[in-house]
Design a protein around this ligand. Structure first.
Ligand code: NDP
Length: 350
């Protein structure tokens, strides 16, 4: 085969603090490279055609000067290709762990084709050859059956200590993390209060069975929480003023699952003024990074969740963009909330 285009998306420039990334400035689409899939050396590794890439909120935290903040995740390196969770198909392999035709899940570059020759890649926490007995779309494996779904599943099991009849408040409830939490909570017999940023998202959350769903941009979070009674569990994807409102509405011994604080990813964060309530109400606050829970829950997750999704017992929505050219806009959409479901980039068909 003659060489083919091997387009990629480059992290071009660190955005200024408290600003959104800018397509064309932060992210640059580059279609100047080529690859010959038949002859590119594998050096004991394997060649993957990238099919679908995940766009996640945490990517904003990786777009920073490496020395600035404590490192939870490695910073993206400027002028290098972005990487994130993805599904790809193995085209050629010299490695015994994968064979041509396998579909794999792992961290992949924002590029059409990639060679993986580093043995550490196969040993990474997220790498997996996907069986997909349920015949789900591959995109599901970067969303409800991928890292975001695992975030909801693992942390719910680890930190919620949920009992039937408890009340949970879930924020960013229409996204892949929040919507999975809503459904796990309903399956466990809880009362679910859920917030999201548009009427369309609220309608989706209601369709999942949330008892109370509201648009926090047009409604008053404090008024809803006051009306619906105290909360036993708070699933926090947002932080800031919402966390402050949840602390006021919390019951004694409430569990706060601190999953994300997106209100502070692109802006100066708002610091809640009522943190002393954590002491008086004896609230258990659990911050976590999902990777720390993989070893405990991953096998259970892959056994349970794809089957529930295939059976329609766990529902999900996707917001697909086609082609790597769309990645810059997609990254911003997730930060601003203009995405209408799990944001994915479809890089190629089978
Ligand atoms: P989503 O697809 O739901 O996208 C993020 C959503 O956040 C937006 O769609 C928007 O929804 C909402 N949002 C954006 N800006 C604001 C703001 N200023 N105030 C309130 N809401 C805002 O994302 P995910 O489901 O993938 O992730 C949800 C959360 O979980 C994020 O905070 C993420 O960082 C966190 N996370 C944490 C992990 C961990 O290991 N701890 C792992 C994975 C995710 P809306 O329109 O409803 O406002």
């Amino acid at each position: 085969m003659a060489p083919v285009r091997n387009a990629r998306v480059v992290f071009n420039e660190v955005p200024a603090p408290n600003t959104f990334p800018e397509p064309g400035k932060t992210t640059v689409y580059d279609d100047s490279e080529t690859i010959d899939p038949d002859t590119v050396p594998l050096n004991g590794g394997f060649l993957v055609k990238v099919l679908v890439l995940s766009i996640d909120p945490y990517m904003r935290g990786r777009m920073r000067e490496p020395h600035l903040k404590p490192r939870i995740y490695a910073s993206f390196r400027t002028h290098n290709t972005f990487t994130n969770f993805a599904v790809g198909r193995v085209l050629r392999s010299e490695h015994s762990a994968v064979k041509a035709g396998d579909h794999i899940y792992g961290h992949m570059p924002f590029q059409e084709y990639a060679v993986f020759a580093d043995p550490a890649y196969l040993g990474s926490d997220v790498f997996r050859v996907l069986e997909n007995k349920e015949c789900l779309p591959w995109s599901a494996y970067v969303g409800v059956c991928g890292m975001p779904g695992a975030t909801a599943h693992h942390a719910w099991h680890e930190f919620a200590h949920a009992k039937p009849g408890d009340t949970v408040f879930v924020t960013s409830a229409a996204g892949p993390v929040g919507s999975t939490v809503v459904q796990l909570a309903k399956a466990g017999g809880l009362k679910v209060i859920a917030s999201a940023g548009s009427d369309e998202k609220v309608a989706f959350v209601k369709s999942l069975g949330a008892d109370v769903a509201f648009n926090y941009k047009t409604g008053d979070t404090r008024a809803v929480l006051a009306r619906e009674g105290g909360i036993d569990i708070f699933w926090d994807n947002v932080g800031g003023e919402t966390l402050e409102a949840a602390l006021d509405a919390a019951k004694r011994f409430a569990r706060f699952i601190e999953c994300g604080m997106i209100s502070a990813y692109n802006a100066e964060g708002y610091a809640p003024k009522n943190l002393t309530l954590i002491v008086g109400k004896e609230i258990r606050l659990s911050g976590f990074i999902v990777g720390s829970l993989y070893h405990k829950y991953r096998d259970q997750f892959y056994k349970e969740i794809p089957a529930l999704v295939a059976a329609g017992q766990i529902k999900y929505t996707e917001d697909k963009s086609v082609g790597l050219e769309a990645a810059g806009e997609a990254i911003v959409a997730v930060q601003k909330g203009t995405n209408t479901g799990k944001k994915v980039i479809v890089v190629a068909d089978e």
